[in-house]
Ligand binder design. Structure first.
Ligand SMILES: Cc1cc2nc3c(=O)[nH]c(=O)nc-3n(C[C@H](O)[C@H](O)[C@H](O)COP(=O)(O)OP(=O)(O)OC[C@H]3O[C@@H](n4cnc5c(N)ncnc54)[C@H](O)[C@@H]3O)c2cc1C
Length: 366
């Protein structure tokens, strides 16, 4: 790299947002650089295991544009794992045991309330659920969301970055320190002392977006989350991941381990995992799968910060005063599901001036 490298787009941050948008830029045939001090996955996207579950929340509401979002995610996962042996994802579905009668009613209602494509989701009445999944404690039946994915976040980001590099994206293992607008392009100063230029800059730096001061007018809110990974002395008979009082991410290719998440810490004074987080997550495991708790040995803990806004929807769009500077973030707990789909929308706005859907547009927050 020398001081005169100029790109159509520079992406800051190589988490799910940054990697997705770099992918969309390359697909348009434009040149792209991506800068991140960690290489990739240094923020929330490096979670050991994550779920992409289109039936979210207490009522199993179908998430925003779930069909398109899942299609986009599936395309990326298949593309970046082609010819690779390591299994970084499974479309093994998610089980959602209904812990109260009210939740059971809401779950069952979800099937008629939203338009689910054939084979996406099944309501399993209590008796049948007990028969199929005898290891769950008290429940009133449950949902099986068959289209949900379980993904190893850290591996996903590394594979994704490798794929981008192979296709000509310039990956820089350094953070940005300063942006200067020269009138027709941005000069981007990097921590490693070098500099690149780009017509457009997309800020996808996650938690750093709150600290940089560039987006102070947005109501961004940081929420720390922790996961704990447990090892068991025999293979778990699960087959699917579980979403109940948080998530229990399971893959058939590693049947001795389960990753539980997540804490939601709105006030935190450090960014590390801690004992409090571990005992909270053990409690979740115990209340969902009590039969397994005695055999669980905690082998790993992990923590990071996801960013949200009050309506809990992602935010994409242009800076209101700084031309050619774009925001991609506030993905909350839906980064895996939505980031690749949103990336296309952002890139169509950037290159074709297409209007971004109100639900996710930065303009709804001005
Ligand atoms: C415990 C936990 C569990 C989660 N589970 C799920 C789940 O199951 N499913 C799901 O969909 N979502 C989940 N999420 C949320 C998901 O992780 C986020 O939605 C998503 O990762 C956000 O992606 P991002 O690219 O916006 O931010 P990040 O992943 O945080 O990426 C930002 C990147 O910017 C880089 N950066 C920082 N400063 C600079 C700088 N100065 N210059 C350049 N780069 C910089 C960082 O190193 C980082 O790599 C979870 C989050 C947590 C914390």
């Amino acid at each position: 790299m020398n001081q005169t490298d100029v790109y159509d787009v520079a992406v800051l941050g190589a988490g799910l947002a940054g990697l997705s948008v770099a992918d969309a830029v390359l697909e348009r045939g434009q040149s792209c650089a991506i800068a991140d001090p960690s290489g990739a996955g240094g923020g929330a996207s490096g979670a050991p295991m994550m779920l992409a579950n289109p039936a979210a929340g207490r009522r199993a509401k179908k998430t925003w544009r779930a069909d398109a979002c899942l299609d986009h995610l599936a395309n990326v996962l298949n593309k970046i794992t082609e010819n690779k042996r390591s299994r970084i994802f499974e479309q093994n579905g998610v089980l959602r045991p209904a812990l109260t009668e009210k939740i059971a009613r809401d779950f069952e209602r979800s099937l008629d309330k939203y338009e689910w494509a054939d084979g996406w989701i099944e309501w399993i009445p209590q008796k049948e659920f007990k028969k199929r999944y005898p290891f769950f404690d008290e429940h009133f039946g449950g949902l099986h969301i068959k289209k949900a994915f379980t993904v190893r976040g850290e591996d996903f980001t590394k594979f994704f970055l490798d794929d981008l590099k192979n296709r000509g994206c310039h990956a820089i293992s350094s953070g940005y320190t300063e942006l200067n607008d020269t009138g027709d392009r941005w000069n981007i100063h990097l921590e490693n002392g070098s500099q690149i230029s780009a017509t457009h800059v997309i800020d996808a730096t996650g938690f750093h977006q709150l600290r940089s001061g560039k987006w102070n007018f947005l109501p961004l809110h940081p929420v720390k989350g922790q996961t704990a990974t447990f090892h068991f002395d025999e293979p778990l008979p699960l087959h699917h991941s579980v979403s109940s009082l948080g998530y229990m991410a399971f893959m058939n290719s590693s049947p001795y381990t389960l990753t539980t998440g997540s804490t939601y810490e709105h006030n935190f004074d450090h960014l590390q995992p801690d004992d409090e987080g571990l005992s909270y997550l053990k409690g979740k495991l115990n209340r969902t799968l009590s039969g397994f708790t005695d055999r669980a040995i905690s082998v790993d803990q992990w923590a990071s910060v996801r960013v949200t806004v009050p309506d809990k929807k992602p935010v994409i769009g242009a800076h209101p005063h700084k031309p050619r500077l774009w925001f991609f973030g506030a993905l909350g707990s839906k980064g895996l599901l939505m980031s690749r789909y949103l990336a296309d929308m952002l890139i169509r706005s950037l290159f074709d001036s297409e209007i971004i859907a109100d639900t996710v547009s930065i303009q709804r927050l001005f």
